[in-house]
Design a binder for this molecule. Structure first.
Ligand code: GUN
Length: 282
């Protein structure tokens, strides 16, 4: 079997075209959606992601401002900025790029973001609402994976889904959204006894561990759907996912590439959440 590529770039660009029209309609009604992105420190990957997020806003007409703060910024200073953004009418969404430096408690930072501006969906109240299926902003990466699956016509009902990774940003919310789509869900992590055996059972595999090419073709069941959330830069400069693409593509029925799979979907969901947040302010 040779897998069909799930083209996140293409699906993203279709959704962004729709969003662009919605933004124009909002502007015609006097509403300008706005996103504030906050970056603390010098993490190289984070710098790239933040620039991409701001550029993507610009492309669909969403106002954006990037606050680049020194790595030595205190937690108090960061909380003061969030308070200011919470009370700024130009701003509908606030995103603090994670990770923040070690001296800052990320939980305190996330808690400080106003719920109605939590376009990352990381606030504990947003997470709680997601778990019970109430209206909330969904976390962008898992939401992006779900939309990509939906738009590709992949039915999850009754399927065995294995999520590899249990982070608050991807693994845990991903499992919850798959459950809401009626999949039977297993979460694997560093203490899982036999990862290969778990993955072998899966109709759908979501790899979100941050370890280059750890899920290989021989671990997969024939015809599995493979979603690769990882973005890892190797010493030789190559960008690879958490899945060994070449071997996996020979066994899977569908697979996301890296780059051009989940990455663009994450940013598209951020744009969608920001536009939704602005609509609620009409
Ligand atoms: N770091 C890695 N992914 C994300 C994300 O989706 N949002 C934020 N704020 N930080 C991240």
């Amino acid at each position: 079997m040779t897998a069909t590529v799930l083209d996140g770039k293409q699906v993203s660009s279709e959704i962004r075209e729709e969003l662009k029209k919605e933004v124009q309609q909002l502007k015609d009604q006097g509403v300008q959606p706005g996103l504030a992105v906050v970056l603390v420190g010098e993490d190289a990957a984070s710098k790239v992601y933040v620039s991409k997020k701001a550029k993507s806003c610009e492309e669909i007409g969403v106002y954006s401002e990037v606050h680049r703060l020194a790595a030595t910024t205190s937690q108090e200073e960061l909380l003061q900025l969030i308070d200011k953004l919470n009370n700024d009418d130009k701003i509908n969404g606030i995103l603090v790029q994670l990770p923040v430096p070690d001296h800052i408690d990320d939980k305190a930072v996330i808690d400080a973001i106003a719920l109605e501006k939590d376009v990352d969906g990381f606030h504990p109240s947003s997470v709680g609402n997601m778990v019970i299926g109430d209206d909330c902003f969904l976390p962008c990466t898992p939401h992006g994976c779900m939309v990509l699956l939906e738009k590709s016509g992949i039915d999850l009902k009754g399927k065995k889904a294995v999520v590899v990774g249990r982070s608050n940003i991807v693994g845990k919310p991903m499992a919850m959204l798959l459950l809401q789509a009626h999949a039977t869900v297993t979460i694997c992590h560093s203490r899982t006894k036999d990862l290969a055996a778990e993955v072998k059972e899966a109709d759908v595999v979501i790899a979100a561990v941050g370890r280059p090419e750890m899920v290989t073709g021989e671990m997969l069941k024939e015809g599995a759907v493979v979603i690769d959330v990882g973005i890892n830069r190797l010493d030789d400069g190559r960008l690879v996912g958490d899945v060994h693409y070449e071997s996996a593509a020979k066994v899977a029925s569908y697979i996301t590439p890296v780059p051009g799979g989940v990455g663009p979907m994450t940013i598209t969901m951020l744009l969608k959440n920001t536009v939704e947040a602005a609509k609620k302010c009409k």
